[in-house]
Design a protein around this ligand. Structure first.
Ligand code: ATP
Ligand code: MG
Length: 541
């Protein structure tokens, strides 16, 4: 079957055929003002993925034109996240590497009458910009002489003016139907210490002006970005044409990844961290890549999800359950199985003595995975929810007089439920059938239900963590995030687990049988099982 190409690949194929480009160069352009999130995984998938497909290169480009919000901490976290995703950048580049050249290009625009120093305040500029239906008003400073503009702009750089007192604007068209083309500000005065250039500059270029220049200077052929930049493309092209870039990089926009029950904007995520609503940027409930990594989500599942969602030209919202289905599918195929009982109820096998080993399939879907031994014994734990004192029809788990198979071991009959003084069931007393052992069952007894269990004599105590979404459902969408916050999204309790889980490496993912996928870790010397995704599939295919 021929591979179907996405619309970006179709464009590139056409250009390659027409000889317009010979090699593909892209860049992944995060602003170092926060941690990357799953939306950025999509952007990486597009930028690194497209370069890879064409044997081209992708740079890591730090868009650091906004010094007040950017930090070296974020630069380091971004690098680590990209590596975790398995991508390698050709070069690491910063907008600030080009500040001098970007400044010289501005002088050139001034000399050619394409930019002017404007004394209007940011508010006045906004107020004279016009609307979608009305043209803007030309600035009274629009027709300054080249000499005067050069002098003023040089003085801006020298620090002669206060923040906001003047700015540099591109001289384009105040009547353009595209508001971005109405003499946009391309330089502002800002006294802020930059995380790389320190206090060397007190003027900073605006993103829309700097980005096409940085793309060009890196040799980017395709500047792939999200749809909100579509209206900025005419300005992107104006900069390239005005400065005579050849070959001029081409901007192509694709749809953002949006997921239900999640908010990805860094601004919001930062607020969650600052307000202490989560434990940090890498909290397992966070949609940051650091959070997903900490949660135990495999990279392969993230990439598979990006692949399946595809690259579209129009925005839409994707169900979070679709992402979870991809994670579940991957883990189902790859995660070893283990048993843990989250809400333990003691079972005593009245006619069993001693102990023995039984075989346990590491992953029944993967015959190569083999089996390991687990120890069976007289006292066990099963889930409280697997017993019913007053069972509904067709109930095949523990009920008085009912037969149940203990996973990979024996069939037992539940004879008695021991209750405490408050009437709560605290123990099940059962009879086991020696001939019913899994793999060599000659008992002839039928047991429809199979339940997981843990040997009470060897069980390890485990701290279990389960998670809900940070944001309440889609029905609240449109409401303010603070009103949608779910403040009860982390549930911690103790459970009983196979002792085997104490021996496996921290960070490994397991399917806890009949429960879900969990990551093993050690917290304060204790075994901890942290939920990756439940077994229940809510995704409606
Ligand atoms: P945020 O609003 O979350 O802060 P951003 O767009 O400001 O995101 P940048 O660091 O500027 O974050 O983004 C780097 C690149 O990642 C940009 O090209 C941006 O378009 C892309 N990107 C950001 N969010 C998404 C998303 N949800 N889906 C796809 N691409 C995204
Ligand atoms: Mg941004």
């Amino acid at each position: 079957m021929a591979e179907t190409k996405n619309f970006i690949e179709q464009i590139i194929d056409g250009e390659l055929e027409a000889g317009k480009v010979t090699a593909v160069q892209t860049r992944f352009p995060p602003e170092p003002n926060g941690y990357l999130h799953i939306g950025h995984a999509k952007s990486m998938f597009v930028n690194f993925g497209t370069a890879e497909k064409y044997g081209g290169k992708c740079n890591l480009f730090f868009d650091d034109t906004n010094p007040s919000k950017e930090k070296t901490e974020f630069v380091q976290a971004i690098r680590a996240d990209i590596h975790w995703m398995g991508y390698e950048w050709a070069k690491e580049v910063y907008a600030s590497d080009f500040f001098e050249t970007i400044y010289e290009y501005a002088l050139r625009l001034i000399r050619e009458g394409k930019a002017y120093v404007c004394d209007l305040s940011p508010e006045q500029i906004r107020d004279t910009r016009g609307t979608l239906t009305e043209a803007g008003k030309e600035s009274p400073f629009r027709n300054r002489s080249v000499e005067e503009n050069l002098k003023l702009f040089t003085e801006m750089r020298q620090g002669k003016y206060a923040d906001g007192e003047k700015c540099l604007r591109a001289k384009i068209d105040m009547a353009s139907p595209n508001i971005n083309m109405r003499d946009p500000v391309i330089y502002r005065i800002l006294r802020a210490t930059h995380h790389r250039t320190g206090d060397a500059w007190c003027i900073y270029p605006m993103y829309d002006y700097a980005h096409p220049i940085c793309d060009y200077l890196q040799g980017v052929t395709h500047s792939l970005c999200t749809l909100e930049f579509e209206d900025h493309r005419p300005l992107y092209d104006w900069v390239g044409v005005s400065l005579g870039f050849a070959p001029k990089p081409r901007q192509i926009e694709f749809a953002r990844l949006n997921l239900t029950n999640l908010v990805m904007s860094k601004r919001y995520l930062k607020k969650l961290v600052e307000d202490g609503a989560v434990h940090g940027w890498d909290d397992p409930r966070m949609p940051t890549l650091a959070g997903l990594r900490n949660r135990g989500i495999p990279v392969a599942a993230i990439k598979d999800f990006c692949e399946r969602v595809g690259i579209a030209k129009s925005n839409s919202e994707c169900e979070i359950s679709y992402f979870e289905a991809c994670v579940r599918e991957y883990l189902n195929a790859h995660a070893p199985r283990a048993m843990a009982v989250l809400d333990p109820l003691k079972v005593t096998l009245v006619n069993y003595e001693g102990s023995e080993e039984v075989d346990f399939d590491i992953n029944q879907l993967d015959p190569q995975a083999g089996a390991r031994k687990i120890v069976f014994g007289k006292t066990l734990y099963v889930e409280k929810s697997d017993f019913a004192l007053d069972p509904p029809p067709k109930y095949y788990r523990f009920k008085i007089g009912g037969y149940v198979r203990l996973k990979n071991a024996y069939i037992v009959r539940c004879d008695e439920a021991v209750q405490d003084e408050r009437g709560e069931v605290v123990e099940l007393r059962c009879t086991y059938f020696p001939e019913s052992r899994s793999g060599s069952d000659t008992s002839g007894i039928k047991a429809k239900g199979v339940v997981h269990w843990v040997n009470a004599e060897t069980a390890a105590d485990a701290v279990v963590k389960q998670y809900d979404y940070l944001l309440n459902d889609a029905e609240y969408a449109g409401q303010d995030f603070s009103e949608r916050m779910n403040y009860d999204s982390e549930h911690v309790f103790s459970a009983k687990a196979e002792p085997y889980l104490n021996e496996v490496a921290d960070g490994s993912a397991f399917q806890l049988m009949r429960t879900g996928y969990y990551k093993k870790c050690t917290e304060q010397g204790k075994l901890c099982l942290s939920e990756i995704v439940s077994l229940k599939d809510n995704f409606n295919k």
